[in-house]
Design a protein around this ligand. Sequence first.
Ligand SMILES: Nc1ncnc2c1ncn2[C@@H]1O[C@H](COP(=O)(O)OP(=O)(O)O)[C@@H](O)[C@H]1O
Ligand SMILES: [Mg+2]
Length: 326
Amino acid sequence: MAPFLVDLLYGSGMTDYALNVNNLCKAYHNGKEALTNVSLSVPRGSFFALLGPNGAGKSTLINIMADTVVPTSGSIELLGHDMFTERLWCKRNMGVVPQEVAFDPFFTPKEVLRMICGLYGQKPDMKWIEELLERLELAEHANKNTRQLSGGMRRRLLIAQALVHRPPLVVLDEPTAGVDVELRKRLWDYMRELNQKGTTILLTTHYLEEAEELCDHVAIIDQGKTIASSSMDELLHNVAGSYLWLRYEDDWCLLPEDEEVLATFFPRIDDGRLCLTLNRKDLKESTFHEAYDAAQKRFGAPLDAGVCQEDLEDVFLRLTQKEVFS
Ligand SMILES: Nc1ncnc2c1ncn2[C@@H]1O[C@H](COP(=O)(O)OP(=O)(O)O)[C@@H](O)[C@H]1O
Ligand SMILES: [Mg+2]
C-alpha cells in the first residue's frame, strides 16, 4: 500500500503492522539462548501462525509479550507503541494466552471476566461476556468456582480473558493443544470469525494442516532464529516444491549409502515412503523419470508411487529437520 494511503487509513505515524518484533534476544540464566535476533512483522488484520519445533522459542517470545519473561535485548512495537516503555497501553490493547498459567481459583468465570475489564478501566460489557462464555463453551459453567473447571475449561477461560477487553491483537500459545477434534474445529472457526471482524490474531500451533487452511501469514522459528516469515501464499509459492514418493515393502529402510546415491534428489523418508525432490525454486529441477529411474535402479520396482505438491507440513519438516536418519 502507498505510504500516504497507510497514513490516511491508519493515521500518520501509525503503521500497517499490528506487531513488530525487532532483533529480540533472550538468554535464560542457565545460559540457554532461547531467542537470537528474532524479527518478525504481523500485519494488521492478519491471522498469523508462529510455527516451530518444540524448544524453538515460541513460548519465550509470547511470554515476553505477556510480561513474564524479560528479554536480553531487542524491542517489540504494538501498533507503533513500544511494548517495554508503554507497558500499560500495550496490555490494554493486547490479549495474551500463555502456554502455562497459574490460576486464581477463588472466582467464577463470569467474575473473572468482569474483573479483567475493571483492570483495564472498562465497564464490563455483559452482552460480550455472555457471547464469549457461549462461544468458548463455558456458559453452563459461568457461575461455578473455577476450581471446579477441568483443565480444558480453564484454558478456554484464559482465551475469554484475553478477548474480554476487545483488544485489537490477540496472542495465543497453542490454544487448541490437547483439545478433541470437534471442539478444536469450533475454536478455529471462532478465531477465524474474530479475525474476519478485524482482530489480528497471532498463534502458535502444531496443527499445520489447520494453520495452512486458516492462517494468512506464517513465521517459522527454529532454535531461536527466524527461518521464514511471509504470507502463507508466498511461503508455499516460493519454498514448496513437488516430490516423487515411492512405497516399498514394509521392512524397507533408507541407509546412509542410499542417501549418497540419491543425493541429487534430497531423499527423505515420510510416513514410511521414500520421497525424492523433483522441483523446488532453490534447486536444479529433476524430472519424474530421472528420479524414478534412480530409485528403481537402487531398490527395484516400488509397490506404489506418486507425485505430490509439498504442503505447509512438508515445508516445515524440510526447513526444521536436520537429521533424516534420526
Ligand atoms: N525458564 C527457563 N530457563 C531456562 N531455559 C528455558 C526456560 N524456558 C525455556 N527454556 C528453554 O528455552 C528454549 C525455548 O523454549 P520455549 O520458548 O518454551 O520453546 P517452544 O515454546 O517453542 O517449545 C528451550 O530450549 C527451553 O528448554
Ligand atoms: Mg511452547
